[in-house]
Design a protein around this ligand. Sequence first.
Ligand SMILES: [Zn+2]
Length: 206
Amino acid sequence: MDFSSKLLENAVHEISQLPGIGKRTALRLVLHLLKQPEEQTTNLASALVNLRSQIKFCVSCHNISDVELCEICASPKRDESIVCVVEDIRDVMAIENTGQFRGLYHVLGGKISPMEGIGPQDLTISSLISKAKKGIIKEMIFALSSTMEGDTTNFYIYKQIEGLEINTSTIARGVAVGDELEYADEVTLGRSIINRIPFEGSLKAN
Ligand SMILES: [Zn+2]
């Protein structure tokens, strides 16, 4: 792609780094911004800069938060004896939308994937295990997507907490195998959490 302007080229290059956005789409977006009032671009740019410089992760569940301890972890209405283990903030949002879960979350930040070079040490697993060892957690719900990476991650955590008195369960698969949680509709996802099944039972079924 030949650009008549270095400024244009730089902007297109940066935007095309985003997932799912090729050079053509990036160019369309940049030209769109140029047609809008300058303020819109300034607001977009400063929202991104502020996001990166000010964002925090909850010290307990690792969810994205504006404060040290997120609203969910800080709420006295939540049951801290039940922890739902999820991959990222999108899953927290999806499960919160069902209104069916009153426990806490633990956000792993990904799944174990040898193919992508992601090991347990790249995720927040050790923080989950130390929380588990404090003895407050009575049940851990694995709510990772049902892919090979999800299953590997569940099993790794399960092995780490074996012997602690913690019931493990996995969400019932109204959520089809391989589906990402965030795409499940709220009713189905809500039901999957209520009808969760013991994790060991899910192992035998495989
Ligand atoms: Zn939290």
